[in-house]
Structure formats: structure tokens, C-alpha cells
Design a protein around this ligand. Structure first.
Ligand code: SF4
Length: 341
């Protein structure tokens, strides 16, 4: 059953600097009382919609960079509204053994670390608050104290190339978080990246390359038993208005999974699944339909198993190079096919 998470946004709270791509509204100057009362308002609003929540999440800032007294207020606020299971996102520069032990004591079950990249130069260019070693250490500290580690990474960051993206994926495969989210980096107004784009210093990735990199990472993570819980940005109107450059597709997740199945089919494997899941095999816009012709084995109750699909793909010799090439090929065809309606 789906875990229902009540999201409380504390934008920019605790961030010590501003990463070049980030447009979280600054709350500089806001008192801790204002932060707590804003959080309480959001909790009340969501509880007005539904009382059926499993967990509360503090998102949008760097939770453990907040002063200790404010963190404790936010923990007790969640407890007061009956939440025993919590999660938050934070920045790796503010992760310590002490604040992770405190989080575990207060019911935090998952910590989401904004990793973005594990290439030192990319982190520096994007004004991330710490380097690759410190980020890896922070993730290890989370794993030591808290139940689950989730890592957020980006594709198409300022200064990133396939090599640095691959280094990030490989380093994360070593750390083995429980979950990963993969977001394309788009250029938002009111960010330093916007100025870099205007001056021509930053050229956003074409959509096909974004999709191919996401598919590459998805296949490697899933094959290694790391669950990819999100691929792509939310398709929210408010965010679309903020995007100045950088293509993203609202169905990025579906396209990436379609690419994985296309590669699997291309290797001669035949999907086995219940008839009611046939559209998962056919994929985005029915892209894999003709490749599936006469090859689907229907078995009642068998759900699509993308993890096995990804594992099979990594059994190929020189699989990383193979996935990179195949993902680029299918991304190109899929984008062409959707452009043509
Ligand atoms: S640490 Fe996260 S929330 Fe803070 S400025 Fe950087 S990207 Fe934005």
C-alpha cells in the first residue's frame, strides 16, 4: 500500500548559501516562530483535506542546518499532530552524528540528501555547500543512524558532462542508498544559472540527452537493488512559469522505463506479465508494441518487474557502454515519435 506523506515546505530554511540553479524563495530574516507557524498552517491545511497520513516530511530546505532549538520545535510540532514517523531533506554539509542520532530519536525514518553530483568540479561550479568526499561521508552518517537514506541527483548541471554524471552514478552505487530521485536541471528565472545561460556560459542539455542519462542511471540503480522513486520534475504550472530554458518532458519517468524495456526486448528477452499490465510492456505512446508482437507471455497475477528487466540488461558484456549507446538511440526515436504526435 502507498505510503501517504504529508509534505511541509520550509523553503530555503537553513541553507547557508544559494546553489546556482536553486530558486527556493528566500526566507532570510524570518524568525523561528514564523517558520513553525507556517509549518503548522500547512499541517492543518492538509489535515483538513484528509486525516489519513502515514508520515510527515519537512522538505525544501536544509533541515539539519537549522538551529537545534528550531529543529526540536519542528519535531514536537509533528508529534503534537500525531505523526510518529518523519522524514526530511537536508544538505550534506549539515549532517553530523549528533543531529542524525537526534533525528532517529525523534522518529525520523528517512533522510533525503541533496547530493546532485559527486564530481568535485561540478559541485564547485554549482556553488554546492560541500564537496564529493563530504557528501559521501554525510550519506554514510545517515545510514549509520537513520533507517533509510534517499539521495537526490541531477542531470545536466552547469559544467556536467556524461563522464561526471557517470562518476556520480558510480559513487552512489558504492554508497548504496535505499532510494534515489533523478531530476533534470532546468534553468529557472531568478537564479544564477539564469545569468549563466543568458551569457552563453551554460547550455542546457537537449531533451534526448537528458532522457538518455536518466535511463542510464535508472537501469544501473535498479539493477543494483536501489529503488528509483522519482524521475523528472513535477508537472506543476507554477514551476513551468519559472522555467526559462532547459527542456524537460512531463512523462520523463514513463519514457525512461520504456527505454529500459526496449533495451531488454532488443536483447531477445520476452516479458512475462499479467494481461492487465500489457501497457507497461508497450510503454510510452506504445513505443514497444511492435517489438512485443508474439513475444509476451501472459501469466495471471504477474506484475511488471522492472528490476529484473534492468538486471538482465546489466548481464551484457561491457554493459555500461552498451546501455549508454542504447539509451541514446531509443531516447532519440522516442522524442522523434512524440514530436510527430
Ligand atoms: S542546498 Fe538545496 S535548498 Fe538550499 S540553495 Fe542549495 S539546492 Fe536550494
Amino acid at each position: 500500500m502507498k505510503n501517504r506523506i504529508l509534505p511541509v515546505f520550509i523553503p530555503f530554511a537553513g541553507c547557508r548559501q544559494r546553489c546556482v540553479y536553486c530558486s527556493q524563495n528566500s526566507i532570510t530574516g524570518h524568525t523561528s516562530t514564523e517558520i513553525v507557524s507556517s509549518a503548522e498552517r500547512q499541517i492543518k491545511d492538509y489535515l483538513g483535506i484528509s486525516s489519513n497520513w502515514d508520515e510527515l516530511a519537512y522538505y525544501g530546505g536544509s533541515f539539519t542546518c537549522l538551529p537545534g532549538a528550531l529543529r526540536l520545535k519542528l519535531y514536537s510540532l509533528a508529534h503534537r499532530y500525531g505523526f510518529r514517523k518523519l522524514r526530511f531533506s537536508t544538505s550534506p554539509d549539515c549532517v553530523t552524528h549528533e543531529n542524525m542520532a537526534e533525528a532517529a530519536e525523534n522518529g525520523v525514518d528517512t533522510v533525503e540528501i541533496g547530493v546532485q553530483s559527486l564530481d568535485g568540479e561540478v559541485l564547485r561550479l554549482n556553488k554546492r555547500p560541500c564537496g564529493a568526499e563530504e557528501t559521501i561521508e554525510a550519506m554514510k552518517t545517515v545510514k549509520k543512524h537513520v533507517g533509510k537514506l534517499s539521495a537526490q541527483i541531477m542531470t545536466g548541471m552547469y559544467g556536467e558532462n556524461f563522464h561526471s554524471f557517470d562518476a556520480t552514478v558510480n559513487a552512489l552505487l558504492d554508497v548504496k542508498p535505499d532510494y534515489v530521485r533523478i531530476y533534470p536541471c532546468v534553468v529557472l528565472k531568478d537564479t544564477e544559472l539564469y545569468s549563466l545561460w543568458l551569457s552563453g556560459d551554460h547550455i542546457p542539455l537537449p531533451l534526448t540527452e537528458t532522457l538518455a542519462r536518466c535511463a542510464y542511471a535508472f537501469i544501473l540503480f535498479e539493477a543494483a537493488g536501489i529503488e528509483v522513486i522519482r524521475i523528472g520534475l513535477q508537472d506543476a504550472e507554477s514551476m513551468k512559469e519559472q522555467i526559462a530554458a532547459g527542456e524537460y518532458h512531463p512523462a520523463t519517468g514513463d519514457i525512461v522505463k520504456t527505454i529500459a524495456v526496449a533495451i531488454y526486448l532488443g536483447l531477445g528477452h520476452n516479458p512475462v506479465l499479467d494481461k492487465k499490465y500489457i501497457n507497461t510492456a508497450y510503454g510510452y505512446n506504445g513505443y514497444n508494441r511492435s517489438a512485443c508482437e508474439g513475444r509476451l507471455e501472459m501469466k495471471d497475477g504477474v506484475k511488471p518487474d522492472l528490476r529484473t528487466v534492468c538486471k538482465r540488461i546489466t548481464e551484457v558484456e561491457s554493459y555500461k557502454r552498451y546501455i549508454q549507446r542504447q539509451a541514446a538511440f531509443h531516447a532519440q526515436r522516442l522524442v522523434g515519435a512524440s514530436d510527430n504526435g
